[in-house]
Ligand binder design. Structure first.
Ligand SMILES: CC(C)(COP(=O)(O)OP(=O)(O)OC[C@H]1O[C@@H](n2cnc3c(N)ncnc32)[C@H](O)[C@@H]1OP(=O)(O)O)[C@@H](O)C(=O)NCCC(=O)NCCS
Length: 153
């Protein structure tokens, strides 16, 4: 089966929302109220950033036109530092519909996002990996870092 990887447009927002919602469900969230609120907030957030050019997404299209997988980058501003680019793409909302998993689609989407980021002159990408996603990123050469977090509540 051959898939086409293409850039998402604002008209694809419904697919991006479905992917993000599916991602949270697969990661174990079953709080319908919280999921619905997150979905609404994501729609507003992603739409605004698509307009400002700070959000780019890619979709994998199956023969027949079905959207099989997707993923996005958010161009996040970085604090100044020596040898630090002003922007770092943050990879998010990686999702492959269950029947299309294990066919290399997420891998292709990460590669498309990486190629775009490199071509744009950016020097480093970041992400927070789910358990299912870790293998995909590690095989592509992503490394764990010393980022830390502290719960305030
Ligand atoms: C994580 C996720 C996006 C991976 O999607 P995918 O399209 O199945 O990913 P790939 O096919 O590129 O890679 C998955 C596996 O298939 C293997 N694979 C890659 N290309 C392949 C091919 N052509 N044929 C067979 N297997 C292949 C990979 O080696 C990988 O192996 P692993 O399961 O041991 O890690 C998907 O499982 C998903 O949507 N999970 C729920 C949401 C989630 O966790 N998202 C990630 C957030 S960080």
């Amino acid at each position: 089966m051959s898939f086409v990887i293409r850039r998402a447009t604002p008209r694809d927002l419904k697919h991006l929302r479905r992917h993000r919602d599916g991602m949270f469900r697969d990661m174990g969230c079953d709080d319908e109220k919280a999921l619905a609120a997150a979905d609404r907030a994501y729609a507003t957030w992603a739409r605004a950033r698509m307009r400002s050019g700070r959000f780019k997404a890619w979709l994998a299209i199956a023969p027949g036109g079905r959207v099989a997988a997707g993923g996005a980058i958010w161009l996040r501003q970085q604090q100044p530092g020596p040898r630090r680019a002003p922007m770092a793409p943050y990879l998010l909302s990686m999702y492959t519909e269950p029947e299309f998993r294990g066919k290399g689609l997420a891998t292709k989407i990460v590669k498309a996002a990486t190629a775009w980021s490199r071509k744009t002159g950016l020097t480093k990408m970041l992400l927070h990996a789910s358990v299912k996603g870790r293998g995909v990123y590690e095989r592509l050469g992503w490394k764990r870092t010393w980022e830390m977090e502290f719960p305030l509540a």
